[in-house]
Design a protein around this ligand. Structure first.
Ligand code: HEC
Length: 438
């Protein structure tokens, strides 16, 4: 890489262009969440507290600066690398089909890297605050310091794209040779319900997927996208040779299975945050109503119950993969991501894990999200957690056989119950009582 000038992060300019401060008007900036004013406590903040205290060091090396050391310190596997070449994020000046942005992730942490970028971009699922954002200057220092970022990131990461909470975004856009999204051709927000045919516009994709079609590896010519795009060259690629100089990155992959998992996980975090915030807001509102009206402090209003339901139900559906887009051909990635992800467990006494992949009909063998083990799930307010676990039990024991959960066979339901009984601490007693109905 000969280019020595770092790309300019026009944070101020960007903010001005979209009319900041917008985040100040957000509900999550008020009581009881107080997003920007509250002190985060998550794996990233704790790592940097140790670095500041001189107990840990972060090595700065070569073109990628802090990237390799940061990933190692946070246990984020390099096999999760995905390359996105659309200028859809913060350091857009650095991003193009020749110099894509790399994203790495694990269950709770996401890291963005641009060649010659001024900063590494970090988001983490903070159990209390939802997604919390940081930048780390790519400048060699004795004790590198993390900058917490709020408004600069919330423009995109705290908007309708993230269910109005601080969250994670995955998009698919038609992208031209300069990396510019051709917005007139339509853009998609992607989660596990999105059909493959809409996914990965603006991303490089390595891996095979039979006759399934996707929009990855596609660079559109000009500003008009034809009705029928011919992306045959972009399908079933196992190497990015000829598209990008992969030696500038930690690995030559933009793994298809990593992308599938990211797309499930990002919105799962958003639903968790939404459930947490809406429930805390409802309880906060109820407490002040009770005070004002002289009701006992523990008086529960019907309106609170319905707000908790409204917070919890979409989370139950998402955690159980309701509406998941079916797969019609086996998916195979190119990096060690698949094996490494599965190895993280936990496993039940029969050797089963919620991380076991299916990858031919659907993403996972047992359609219940592994994020049920996350600190964010554990930290849900008791009322929300109780609601979610009770509803999951109703679905899994066969009492709720509604259309939304019709994708779960009797066998799926009993597998999930058995796995959770063995592996999820703190399950309510009623989960132990009866065997799931046939
Ligand atoms: C202009 C909109 C925009 C802004 C501003 C923005 N991002 Fe993002 N970000 C995106 C989009 C879109 C994605 C999805 C991947 C892509 O298209 O590059 C993303 C993805 C990410 C990811 C990967 C996982 C995730 O959370 O979705 C990280 C990490 C991230 N951004 C960090 C940051 C940080 C830190 C800031 C502020 C310093 C920031 N972003 C500001 C649009 C933005």
């Amino acid at each position: 890489m000969w280019m020595s000038v770092r790309c300019v992060v026009a944070i101020g300019v960007l903010a001005a262009a979209v009319g900041l401060p917008r985040a100040l008007g957000q509900e999550f900036e008020r009581e009881p969440i107080l997003y920007s004013q509250s002190q985060p406590d998550n794996r990233v903040s704790r790592l940097f507290a140790e670095i500041t205290a001189g107990k840990k060091q972060l090595e700065f090396a070569g073109e990628q600066g802090y990237l390799p050391a940061l990933l190692a310190a946070l246990d984020v596997p390099t096999s999760s690398q995905m390359l996105v070449f659309s200028k859809t994020s913060l350091q857009r000046h650095c991003i193009s089909p020749r110099t894509p942005r790399a994203i790495y992730f694990t269950d709770d942490v996401y890291v963005g890297y641009c060649q010659n970028g001024d900063v590494l971009e970090i988001s983490v699922a903070d159990p209390q605050l939802g997604a919390v954002f940081y930048t780390l200057d790519q400048e060699q220092l004795e004790r590198p310091a993390l900058q917490r970022q709020t408004d600069n990131c919330l423009i995109c990461h705290g908007s309708s794209q993230t269910k109005e909470v601080p969250g994670h975004v995955v998009r698919s856009v038609f992208t031209d040779a300069g990396g510019y999204p051709v917005l007139s051709a339509g853009t998609y927000r992607i989660d596990h319900t999105s059909p493959l045919s809409k996914r990965w516009g603006g991303w490089y994709v390595t891996g095979t997927h039979g006759a399934e079609r996707h929009l990855g590896n596609l660079i559109v010519r000009g500003k008009v996208v034809p009705e029928e795009v011919d992306n045959s060259a972009g399908q079933n690629r196992t190497s990015l040779e000829g598209l990008v100089e992969t030696s500038d990155y930690l690995t030559p992959h933009s793994d298809l299975v990593a992308l599938m998992v990211l797309e499930h996980q990002a919105d799962a975090h958003n639903y968790l945050t939404r459930a947490s915030f809406l429930t805390r807001q409802a309880l906060h509102h109820q407490a002040s109503l009770n005070r004002e009206l002289g009701e006992p402090a523990d008086h529960v209003w019907d309106s609170t119950k319905s707000r908790i339901k409204n917070a919890g139900e979409p989370l139950v559906e998402y955690l159980l993969f309701s509406g998941e887009a079916p797969l019609t051909a086996p998916l195979v990635g190119t990096s060690p991501f698949t094996e490494e992800f599965v190895r993280r467990g936990p496993r039940d006494s029969g050797g089963r894990s919620l991380r076991d992949f299916d990858l031919s009909r659907r993403l996972f063998k047992y359609p219940c999200s592994y994020l049920i083990y996350s600190p964010s799930f554990a930290a849900l307010p008791g009322e929300a957690r109780d609601y979610v676990l009770r509803r999951m039990w109703e679905v899994l024991n066969g009492q709720d056989r509604s259309e939304k959960f019709a994708h779960l066979s009797a066998e799926d339901r009993s597998n999930i119950v058995e796995i959770l009984r063995d592996t999820l601490p703190g399950l309510p007693d009623y989960w132990q009582v009866s065997a799931p109905a046939e």
